[in-house]
Design a protein. Structure first.
Length: 74
């Protein structure tokens, strides 16, 4: 959720919007590492597939990171 406060905007842009940005810029892989309370408090078994589907709709391999996860960057 993004909200307007005096001096600007604060909050998190929805994952759906960020995936749209990825699609527009040709980003093919997204790993969300800093999430709002809906994701943090949510059920990963339900949220992870939802994020993957939203990514697939935009040609992006998308996932939510988890504690202790390690990735190799090339």
């Amino acid at each position: 959720m993004v909200r307007r406060v005096p001096g600007g905007l604060v909050g998190h842009t929805p994952v759906r919007t960020q995936l749209g940005w990825c699609e527009e810029e040709g980003v093919r892989r997204a790993l969300f590492t800093h999430c709002g309370s809906d994701v943090v408090a949510g059920d990963e078994r339900m949220l992870q597939p939802k994020v993957r589907r939203m990514g697939e709709e935009r040609g992006v391999d998308a996932a939510i990171a988890h504690d202790g996860q390690e990735i190799v960057l090339r």
